[in-house]
Structures are given as C-alpha cells and as structure tokens.
Write a protein that binds this ligand. Structure first.
Ligand SMILES: [Zn+2]
Length: 257
C-alpha cells in the first residue's frame, strides 16, 4: 500500500501582537519591533486528521487579554474539523500558546515527548519565573491527570504515528520539543511549530531568543533540514507571512502545502 500524501493547514487563532524583533530572531534588530500571530496546524489526508498544537483555552485568553483571539474550536470548524471528535492531537511543546487548549479535545490521543512532559510536569525548575511565565498551570494539571491513561502517548525520540507522519524530537526551544515530518505532494514537509518562530530562522540558521539550549537547537536545525525535502517546506510557529503567502481556504486559514 502506498503512503498517503497529506495537506497542511495553518490556522491563526490570535494576534497580531507587536514584539521586539530581537525576541523573534536571536539578538537581531535590537531597536525594531515585528508583528506576530498565534497558530495551530492541521494535517489532513488518507482519511485522517491530525491537529498540531491546541491554542489557548478561552478563560486563559480572557485572563491574558489576548488580542484577536478566537476559540480554537471555532477556528477548526472553519475547515470542518470537530475538536470534540478529533482522534490525533500532537502537542509540540508545553508552552501556554501551544498546550493551553488541550481540554478542548476530550477524545484525542495526545502525543507529547516524554522529556517535555517530565520537565514541565515534574521538574521543580519549571515552576521558576522564566518558565512559569510561558506556562498554563491548568493545562499542566490536565496533562498530569492523564498520566498512565491510554489517551496520553509519551513519546521517546522519533516515532511514526501514521503512515507518512513522523514525530521528531527537536529540543532547543524547550527541553523536549517535537516537530512533525509530513509526507506531502511536494515532498517531506516539517511542521516545526516553535523550533523557529519565523521562516527567517531556517533561512539564516538563527533561532528566536526564547531558547533553553542553543547548542541543542543547532543540532535540531541540522536534523530537520536533513529531513525536509526543501527548506521551503519547513514551517515556523508564529510567522504572519504564512497568512500572506499561501492560499486562503477559510477566514485566517491557509493551506501551506
Ligand atoms: Zn509559541
């Protein structure tokens, strides 16, 4: 049986936000600002749907005053995905803007790297200020309760979850970050989430400034670059250029490939 090809969608659920450019690309343009958006991703093909990251739950979005926020459930509906019935949810890393909405997917198998889970859920360091700042403790609590259940898949390293869809351990931004390699009509693509915030990190070999291990990031970059069929098939986590440069299929939803 041949391996299916998949389509990849980027769905904006919040933004725009104005941020220092030096936060998005390591110590570049210290005097400039840039616009950034928050996204979730969907992979569809071969009769399957995989959602990558879950956005922010509505109550936390209100608490944090997130500009331009739309409930991820509503955003997914725009392309006919029912969050309540979704079977496969990949959490790339346990930052609030990627993991907070986890309870919006009550039936999903959740795929998260064991290393990532262990850090954010078990390591007291994760309770310290710089890490707390990017955490949703409600989501972490939810994940903790799922430990040992069939729904929570703690992944060790690289793993195929469906034919043509492989999780790749990709540390650097966080201790156990993962990216997703996807078989597409154009070749193998990488849904990198925050491995890179903007496309420019892949092009110029420089990460964002939100990094726990810079040396690990450089190795991750080489690993993902070697996996991707082309650098044009490596997709970042927060670049508004995704909305501008790819075909729109629904309100603030684009098809990347
Ligand atoms: Zn992020």
């Amino acid at each position: 049986m041949s391996i299916p090809t998949y389509e990849i969608y980027a769905l904006k659920y919040a933004g725009p936000f104005t941020r220092p450019a030096s936060m998005m690309v390591w110590f570049q343009d210290l005097d400039k600002t840039v616009q950034t958006d928050y996204f979730i991703f969907a992979i569809r093909g071969g009769g399957e749907t995989v959602v990558v990251d879950c956005g922010v739950r509505p109550d936390l979005a209100a608490e944090r005053g997130l500009a331009g926020y739309v409930n991820p459930v509503e955003v997914l509906k725009r392309i006919g995905i029912d969050a309540g019935k979704l079977k496969h949810l990949v959490v790339t890393h346990i930052h609030f803007d990627h993991a907070s909405g986890i309870r919006l997917f009550p039936k999903a198998n959740i795929y998260v790297q064991e290393k990532e889970f262990r850090f954010w859920i078990k390591d007291p360091i994760a309770k310290r200020a710089p890490f707390l700042h990017v955490s949703d403790l409600g989501a972490n609590q939810y994940l903790k309760k799922l430990e040992g259940s069939k729904r929570l898949h703690l992944i060790r390293g690289d793993k195929k979850i469906l034919p043509g869809i492989e999780l790749l351990l990709a540390p650097g931004h966080t201790p156990g970050m993962q990216a997703v390699a996807v078989n597409t009509a154009k070749g193998r693509a990488i849904v990198g989430s925050d491995v890179a915030h903007f496309f420019i990190s892949y092009r110029n070999d420089i990460p964002s400034a939100i990094i726990t291990d810079l040396r690990a990031w450089m190795k991750t970059y080489d690993k993902l670059r070697a996996k991707a069929s082309s650098i044009d098939l490596m997709f970042p986590g927060h670049d508004p250029a995704m909305l501008q440069n790819y075909p729109t299929v629904a309100e603030e939803v684009v098809r990347l490939v």
